[in-house]
Design a protein around this ligand. Sequence first.
Ligand code: GLY
Length: 395
Amino acid sequence: MSRTPPTVSSASDVLVVGGGIIGLVTAWRAAQRGLSVAVVDPEPGGGAAQVAAGMLAAVTELHYGEQTLLALNLASAHRYPDFAAELAEASGQDLGYRACGTLAVALDADDRAHLRELHALQRKSGLESEWLSGRDCRRLEPMLAPGVRGGLRVDGDHQIDPRRLASALVTACERAGVVLHRSSAERLSVVRDRACGLVLADGTQLAAEQVVLAAGSRSGQLAGVPDEVLPPVRPVKGQVLRLTVPRRHAPFLSRTIRAVVRGSHVYLVPRTNGELVVGATSEELGWDTTVTAGGVYELLRDAHELVPGITELPLTETRAGLRPGSPDNAPLLGPTTLPGLLLATGHYRNGVLLTPVTGDAMAHVLATGELPDEARPFTPKRFCAAGLQSLEQSA
Ligand code: GLY
């Protein structure tokens, strides 16, 4: 049997491993800076964005201890309107960006206490949110259950359709001259302690000045990356449902509704095209992407407690994806200790929200060698021995 000999393609300035939204936005923004860029992915535009609901929830997904991440989330949220307009123009596609706001509601006394604490933390962090009675919540969203005990109105947490975002980024990349290699990256090439390219699954060798590892939850799996540089990302499974609101039911919900029901997060994200996304489980089960009866049951049960009318709607899709979790729930952005290798991964629950700021930060560091100030706390070096030591010293 004859084998096609490996080919060495011409070198590019930047090679991006992973054509999900983070890899694509990195490639697009880097190409706009005049760098020659190639992306390696068997299915560019795939990945977690095909499952994600697309909430831009910097305020409603605030957590204790994540103030540094909050600053990055807010920076990205503020950039979204211009980013979406620019990308829509560059791709000729509508991204489904909706400045619709979010309502986080409580169903019982425990949920209410949890929301009150979130409200206090939001105020302490200088964020805008308004406490509403149950009656006021239902006035805003009449489909809510009569049992809703109160809620937080957050007019600044919007949404985008991640599938459209991914598709638009593929087109924008192509139009900006980014080369898409529809293949898998098999191994990082390292010569004299410097990353200098990739070997693809078909044996093709690609050379580059800089390689960006942006393979989502799989970023820790590329052969050839030295152990001490491999990003500490892990898959966190999320099951998500898609329902359809028939025209006769519209408007069903006018904004994103979310809640913590018996300790589990549930959200309902209504799109203008009638899609209603219900998410999401959070499961530490390795690489498993099975949609389970239990997962679907829990999501529907919790969503039904919030909005009983959903049982009337057709259930059109069930799917599971993998969030790239990191040890501190924040992304890893920028150079590693291996010269020539950079990371853009570990975005965990915030990949869609952080897409604009990640593109800007990565393009900046690729073009100048320096991470912009807003991205410095997210250097991958914070997880290596020297980085941990300097963090301990500054504590
Ligand atoms: N940000 C929503 C989720 O990860 O489920």
